[in-house]
Write a protein that binds this ligand. Structure first.
Ligand SMILES: C[S@@+](CC[C@H](N)C(=O)[O-])C[C@H]1O[C@@H](n2cnc3c(N)ncnc32)[C@H](O)[C@@H]1O
Length: 236
């Protein structure tokens, strides 16, 4: 299929931005009008090399959580791992890591980065909403910017259900999510409210902390984030 005429760079996909609410946008393609899905946006973004979320290092929120909770080395799942900075860092902390992402280009880059760092982790192209990841049950799941790309409440619920299915009893999920309380004029990640998060993760997860903070960023004005730590409920 031909590439859309409107490239992702033209619609500012920071952190997977589709628009501020994360809605899909109809675009002109050489085949006529069609909906550009989140999947299309990310594939385009990686193809174009327009990936402002990619900071070339692990997010400090993950580093802090691992140190302070603490999260012991375990089987860990990085959901929407992108080019692998967080997955690689977790593997360097002796976790046995599986990273999944929709984008073939992101996963190819993540594998290259893991090889350069001389780190072993399993990096696979997969849509977390549609398929099971080999290696369950995981003790820890992490996502930076994947939950917030889900534009609909039903997709977010499906994601929560999927994460729950992949976790061991009492398994933890740390999610870094664009924060809807941020007033901004320019581009940035999709924004979700605390209610969006609670509605999606109940009844599968107990929220241990939901903190209004910031993404790790190379920008002088990092986007605001929800730093949400959850534990799989015993019966869900
Ligand atoms: C904002 S980027 C963040 C990438 C990476 N976590 C990071 O921090 O650099 C969100 C990532 O989620 C991936 N993604 C979105 N929906 C997904 C899905 N359903 N299954 C797997 N990956 C997904 C995208 O391809 C993209 O790489």
């Amino acid at each position: 299929m031909d590439r859309p005429l409107t490239t992702v760079a033209a619609v500012h996909p920071e952190h997977g931005q589709v628009n501020v609410r994360g809605d899909n946008i109809p675009v002109e393609t050489t085949e006529g009008k069609r909906i550009m899905t989140v999947e299309d946006h990310f594939r385009e973004a990686y193809r174009e090399g327009y990936t402002p979320w990619d900071i070339g290092k692990p997010d400090f929120n993950l580093v802090n959580a691992v140190a302070t909770i603490p999260i012991a080395p375990c089987k860990a799942l990085d959901i929407g791992c992108g080019t692998g900075d967080n997955a690689i860092w977790l593997a360097q902390q002796n976790s046995e890591v599986v990273g999944v992402d929709l984008s073939e280009i992101a996963i190819a880059k993540a594998r290259e980065n893991a090889a350069k760092a001389n780190v072993t982790c399993t990096l696979v192209v997969k849509d977390i909403l549609k398929s099971q990841v080999e290696g369950s049950p995981f003790g820890f799941a992490f996502d930076r910017g994947c939950f917030h790309t889900m534009a609909s409440a039903s997709e977010r619920k499906t994601l929560a259900k999927q994460v729950n299915r992949h976790l061991a009893e009492n398994g933890l999920w740390l999610s870094l999510i664009g924060n809807a309380d941020e007033q901004r004029l320019g581009e940035g990640p999709p924004q979700r409210s605390a209610k969006d998060i609670v509605n999606a993760v109940e009844p599968h997860f107990e929220i241990l902390s939901l903190v209004s903070g910031y993404f790790g960023s190379n920008r002088p004005d990092p986007p605001r984030a929800w730093v949400c730590l959850m534990r799989k409920r015993m019966k869900s």
